[in-house]
Design a protein around this ligand. Structure first.
Ligand code: ZN
Ligand code: ZN
Length: 397
């Protein structure tokens, strides 16, 4: 019997392969709204049909939308949510706020009415009233506190800043069941405040993508993934410069360095096993193992046999993009970048500088699957510009 079944299965597979036809749902479609909707539409699987994916870049389609198109997409997402299909808010509206500066007042009204607080980034640029309402709800919706705080972080106006600062002085009653301090939730949107309301942004508001396919215009004299002369003091292997940044090029003025070169180096292997691997750097291209590194309890003993990352395969584009472009791991874009906001695969982690204890600033991320197919995970680099220390951490699903 099993033999017959196996034969039948093979015959069926052969029939499918011979009779399957390709359908390009985007063929002849020019309306950008239509393209975005077609990209996100749920199709039930049909064995004899293969739907071809969109051939262009979805992020480029978003750039061509008019305000009217934007409103059509928001209305569509709300209508679907009213029927219980929340995924259109979760993907189309998220893409709108990552790639554009949309007017979400109608969406916020709907989300507040239905108590929808996810994805939190949708609250970026929300009005003062929306902020006030979310603050009020902290005391009223104990089950939603986590999501309310994450959403509030994105609103980032003076009222919200005051509120987050006040929790540093007095812990609110509703905060007892949280795992982290309520004021630390602001890191979700890349900022922190002191008790006297001094705000510090934890990312650079300019962002240059680092691409694996040669960008049309790339920045000269940038090295990505080059071998360093320094060695890892844990495994003995050579460090890798995730980036060598020519800071004399004024495209990098936004980083605030003065000098010739900054190298962001790490151990490709050991940084994946430590909470943050620290490297001292200067603005003349020197790097050195930091005295603050604490050896993790577990490190693999085969570092010398592991396949190293391919070198020099990424290039920095010279076209800036919005800092929010890759701020969520589910966005249809590329993730390797200098500046901008990080895309956390797990929870946000901004390391503390081991020297001055200040929170370190995110400077770059390199996505492994953009270096080479079938790799995964992301390297994150943070810096303290006062102490000239860089920290590399790594996350994967
Ligand atoms: Zn190492
Ligand atoms: Zn420091």
């Amino acid at each position: 019997m099993p033999c017959i079944q196996k034969k039948e299965r093979a015959e069926r597979q052969k029939y499918i392969e011979e009779n399957r036809r390709d359908i390009d749902p985007f063929d002849g479609v020019t309306d950008p709204v239509e393209i975005i909707l077609l990209h996100h539409v749920r199709r039930s699987p049909e064995p004899l049909v293969k739907y071809l994916p969109f051939k262009g870049e979805l992020e480029e389609v978003y750039k061509t939308l008019s305000e009217f198109d934007e409103a059509r997409l928001i209305d569509f997402s709300i209508k679907k949510a009213e029927k219980g299909e929340l995924e259109y808010i979760e993907n189309i509206c998220l893409e709108l706020t990552a790639f554009r500066e949309p007017n979400f007042s109608k969406l916020h009204k709907y989300m507040l009415r239905e108590k929808i607080y996810y994805p939190s980034m949708l609250f970026r640029n929300a009005s003062k009233e929306v902020g006030k309402e979310l603050i009020l709800r902290l005391g009223l919706e104990p089950d939603n506190i986590n999501l309310l705080l994450l959403s509030l972080a994105w609103i980032e106006n003076d009222d919200v800043l005051k509120e987050f600062a006040s929790w540093k002085i007095k812990l609110p009653d509703w905060s007892t069941q949280l795992y982290i301090h309520p004021s630390d939730y602001s890191k979700e949107a890349g900022w922190i405040t002191s008790a006297n309301e001094e705000k510090q942004t934890l990312y650079f508001d300019k962002c240059l993508p680092i691409l694996s396919n040669k960008p049309n215009e790339s920045v000269k004299n940038i090295g990505s993934l080059t071998e360093s002369d320094s060695r890892c003091e844990w495994c003995g292997q050579r460090l890798t410069n995730l980036l060598e940044i020519d800071i004399s090029n004024n495209v990098f003025d936004f980083l605030g360095f003065k000098g010739s070169k900054v190298k962001l180096a790490t151990c490709e292997v050991c940084s994946c096993y430590s909470n943050g691997l620290f490297i001292d750097f200067d603005t003349s291209g020197n790097v050195a193992w930091s005295r603050y590194n604490k050896k993790p309890e577990y490190l693999p003993d085969d570092s010398d046999e592991r396949e190293r990352l391919p070198k020099k395969c990424l290039e920095v584009s010279s076209s800036f993009r919005s800092p929010y472009y890759a701020a969520n791991e589910f966005l249809p874009t590329t993730f390797s970048q200098i500046g901008g906001m990080p895309a956390w695969i797990q929870d946000f982690v901004y390391p503390d500088c081991p020297e001055c204890t200040g929170t370190m600033k995110f400077i770059a991320q390199i996505s492994n699957d953009e270096i080479e197919k079938y790799r995964e995970g992301m390297y994150y680099v943070h810096i303290c510009s006062s102490c000239m220390i860089a920290s590399t951490s790594y996350q994967q699903t």
